[in-house]
Design a protein around this ligand. Structure first.
Ligand SMILES: Cc1cc2nc3c(=O)[nH]c(=O)nc-3n(C[C@H](O)[C@H](O)[C@H](O)COP(=O)(O)OP(=O)(O)OC[C@H]3O[C@@H](n4cnc5c(N)ncnc54)[C@H](O)[C@@H]3O)c2cc1C
Length: 375
């Protein structure tokens, strides 16, 4: 029996889903967000956002800062685990640290959509030109915004839960007491990033107004816990973070843009954010791509004027490619042997110029990327 109807059902109330709803707030469309979690909910994440995110969503940072953690970032400390480190200073604020439990809740509350929280999507069926979800929700259009394990993405791509992932990460975030703060040498305005020796991933430590976030992400499933242990021992030996204060690590997975082709549109349906696999390959930044894809989707949905055929939604796919780059048919094969690439990479990581201009400005901060133009 149908309990509730809407024009657009967004499955997932993370940054992608709430940004899409926010983009649709004046469209006249009736928008409903369904999320299996009740908010505030946590999300495994380092919690670092670039200023572009706040600008895109018109977030008044002064007012956000009054009630939430907002840690300005002006420096980075980078290097290879067990290798030399480089300090880079910026004259302006280049990023912010947030806590996902606060940030996602804030975005969801202000997006003005109706919500059904604490309710997972369990079934989805096509009926005429609409969707029936969980046997009780009727929607003309469905946005899959359920993150890496999005059930809409799995339905669209006929994948199983056990599909092999591209990046696996482990993270721990916890408040430090006074004594622990004295033992920890990580500075709040200076996140620390240390790459694995094979350059297949990196670890970070990041202090946000008394909350320490330590994690490590790398390609493929092999050696994650072993490399994480190596990383935490390194932090301990360097006197950055004593090992005994680290809490329990939690794991999560995500896809990097362009490494796995996914179907992202179909009649009456599209995917955004992690569900579409949009995280930046070099850094793993996924909040900005989730927000941008949510806003692009909102514009395309409005422009479709309730005619949600696949043909009309092709524009969405084109806009994503235009913004994030073309999806290669297969990962590029390098003619340079992996060991040599890794050796050169490790040398470059000790260069001040490379660290600032390439590693930070281009890969992590994406300072070359023009602001998203919406239409
Ligand atoms: C360890 C780690 C560190 C990271 N650090 C950063 C960082 O510092 N900066 C950055 O930009 N990115 C980071 N990322 C990536 C970033 O977390 C994601 O790219 C981002 O959260 C994607 O947003 P989203 O809205 O697409 O999905 P999510 O934030 O995952 O939200 C998806 C929502 O869908 C809901 N949902 C899931 N299944 C269902 C269902 N069946 N029914 C209903 N609802 C459902 C979930 O409850 C959730 O609320 C990190 C990722 C990891 C794993």
């Amino acid at each position: 029996m149908i309990e509730e109807s809407c024009d657009v059902l967004i499955v997932g109330g993370g940054p992608g889903g709430s940004s899409c709803a926010w983009g649709l707030r004046d469209s006249g469309l009736d928008v409903l967000i369904l999320d299996k979690a009740t908010f505030p909910r946590d999300k495994i994440c380092a919690g670092w956002i670039t200023p572009a995110v706040a600008e895109l969503l018109d977030i008044d940072l002064l007012s956000y800062d009054r009630d939430h953690i907002l840690q300005p970032i002006t420096h980075f400390r980078t290097g290879i685990i067990d290798g030399a480190t480089v300090e880079t200073e910026y004259s302006d604020i280049v990023s912010y640290g947030i806590r996902r439990c606060e940030f996602d809740d804030y975005l969801l509350k202000r997006c003005r959509a109706r919500t059904r929280l604490g309710e997972a999507l369990k079934s989805i069926e096509r009926l005429d030109d609409a969707w029936i979800v969980n046997g009780c929700l009727h929607a003309k259009f469905v946005v899959g915004a359920g993150g890496h394990f999005c059930p809409v993405a799995r339905w669209l791509n006929q994948e199983s839960h056990s599909e092999k992932s591209v990046v696996l990460a482990q993270e721990a975030e916890f408040p430090l007491n006074q004594e622990q703060q004295e033992l920890c040498r990580v500075k709040p305005d200076t996140p620390e990033l240390y790459f694995c020796r094979d350059l297949k991933g990196y670890g970070w430590c990041f202090l946000k107004d008394g909350y320490l976030n330590v994690g490590l992400g790398r390609e493929g499933e092999k050696q994650l816990s072993a490399v994480r242990d190596e990383f935490t021992h390194f932090l301990d030996r360097q006197g950055r973070v004593p090992r005994e204060i680290l809490g329990k690590f939690r794991g999560h997975a995500y896809r990097l843009y362009g490494l796995q082709k996914r179907k992202i549109i179909d009649d009456g349906m599209l995917l955004i954010g992690d569900a579409a696999g949009l995280a930046v390959p070099q850094s793993g930044e996924g909040i900005r791509p989730a927000v941008e894809s949510g806003l692009i989707a909102a514009d395309v949905i409005q422009n479709c004027q309730q005619q949600y055929s696949r043909d009309c939604l092709v524009t969405y796919q084109e806009k994503l490619i235009n913004r994030f780059g073309k999806w290669p048919d297969a990962p590029a094969k390098s003619v340079v042997p992996a060991a040599l690439r890794q050796f050169i990479g490790r040398q470059l990581m000790t260069s001040q110029w490379f660290t600032r201009k390439v590693l930070l400005d281009r890969w992590f901060l994406q300072r070359h990327l023009p602001p998203l133009i919406r239409n």
